[in-house]
Write a protein that binds this ligand. Structure first.
Ligand SMILES: [Zn+2]
Length: 417
């Protein structure tokens, strides 16, 4: 067991107490947003809801979601980013621009992006010197990940991305103990250092890394951990809302943050799915200045509800399992590419596959097209597919070259008249 003191006491509260505390915080947030952020008030009014109606998490989940893909347009609908902000621009610390453009206000509240508990869980401690290789220019990443390091009492080298020789010089001349950035970039730094005759384990002092912004495979993580003799942990969040979830030392998923409400919801209705099922990540940060209540991120995940040996009681997200855009509703049932992949993984003979949905004669038809090298037990494949996806496909063997739309995993050819 590696029980450790968490950064916030709420992280290890018994689950029921934790939920009660989060509920009281979201009630306070909703009342504040209703009074000060006109866009939220309109959303509530249109749904016939008032802050006093939020008597529990079920009632909270009836607030219609705000879809990330609608955020850009919503921000243009008037002052204070379309009434999404509850303060004037001059009361903020920074304003960033993300692709879209979407504007990302940064509150002056301490730990405003909420990453400090994540960095603490990863192993960052006071007195560290940390090299931050996220961009400080226009987008929030650099400053967003600098904030928790100051909160924890670390010094930061604002290295930014690129210029690898300088990154290596910093790592070899200064006692840098922590890295923040993308794992793939840390690997490039290590490879370059090896080429230069350095040994990243001996010549650098890196002990802990916090990474984000790309898929982290098991093999990449262990390769880079070995290369530097360090521990790497990842976080999940967005430029709009900051921290959503993060890994502890035990791995096995990313704990939901205690600085907001993490829900897994039906991508269409916005209502929570059954515990443990796949759905869209919907997040509410407790941020009064920019209260993005129930932001539907477009990312798919599911809760792993197993107790974690670290002692944190928040459920863990089972990684990011895809994007909502990569799903289709077939015969009234959501089909997720991640679930199909799980089913197909039982059949190593399958070298390539895709799911094609169409509707000849107005009726949904689902086909699994696949290329295979050896004999296949088609009945077993159908059963496995049905067990994972709750849908029964037609099977169609083909050559890998014959997959449609460049081998896209999910092709939706349905037409509606
Ligand atoms: Zn844990």
């Amino acid at each position: 067991m590696t029980m450790e003191r968490p950064y916030h006491d709420v992280e290890t509260l018994p689950a029921a107490e934790r939920e009660a505390l989060l509920l009281s915080r979201v009630q306070e947030l909703a009342a504040h947003a209703y009074a000060n952020a006109p866009a939220f008030r309109t959303r509530m009014d249109q749904a016939g809801l008032a802050p006093a109606d939020i008597t529990g998490m079920d009632a909270f989940a009836r607030i219609p979601v705000l879809r990330k893909k609608d955020l850009m347009a919503a921000q243009t609908q008037g002052d204070r980013l379309g009434g999404l902000m509850s303060v004037d621009f001059g009361r903020l610390r920074h304003v960033y621009q993300s692709p879209g453009p979407i504007y990302d206000p940064e509150s002056r509240e301490p730990d405003s992006w909420g990453w400090t508990e994540a960095f603490h869980a990863a192993g960052f401690r006071p007195g560290g010197l940390v090299q931050n290789t996220f961009s400080y220019h226009l987008t929030p990443a650099g400053m967003m990940f600098e904030e928790p390091l100051h909160e924890l009492g670390c010094a930061v080298i604002p290295a930014g991305p690129g210029n690898t020789p300088v990154q290596i010089e910093l790592l070899s001349r200064l006692p840098v103990t922590g890295f923040v950035g993308m794992t793939s970039y840390l690997r490039s730094i290590g490879e370059k250092a090896l080429e230069m005759g350095l040994d990243p384990r001996r010549d650098f002092r890196l002990r802990v890394g916090f990474v984000a912004a790309e898929r982290l495979s098991k093999s990449l993580r262990s390769e880079v951990e070995d290369m530097f003799g360090m521990v790497i942990r990842q976080g999940y969040g967005t430029a709009d809302v900051g921290a959503i979830a993060y890994e502890c030392r035990e791995l096995g998923g990313m704990h939901a943050t205690s600085r907001g409400i993490v829900e897994i919801c039906d991508p269409q209705s916005g209502l929570p799915v059954e515990a443990g099922e796949i759905g869209e990540v919907v997040f509410t940060p407790f941020c009064k200045d920019y209260p993005l209540i129930r932001l539907a991120t477009g990312d798919l995940s599911a809760f792993n509800l197993d107790a974690c040996p670290c002692g944190r009681t928040a459920p863990k997200l089972r990684g990011i399992l895809g994007r909502v855009d990569d799903t289709a509703k077939v015969k009234g049932q959501f089909l997720y590419v991640a679930q199909v992949a799980q089913a197909v993984a039982h059949f190593p003979a399958i070298s390539a596959w895709q799911v094609v949905v169409d509707n000849p004669g107005g009726k949904d038809r689902l086909r699994l097209r696949y290329a295979h090298g050896a004999d296949m037990d088609e009945d077993a494949l159908k059963e496995q597919f049905q067990a994972q996806c709750k849908l029964r496909p037609e099977l169609e063997a083909c050559e890998a070259d014959d997959l449609q739309e460049g081998g896209k995993k999910l092709v939706d050819l349905r037409v509606y008249e």
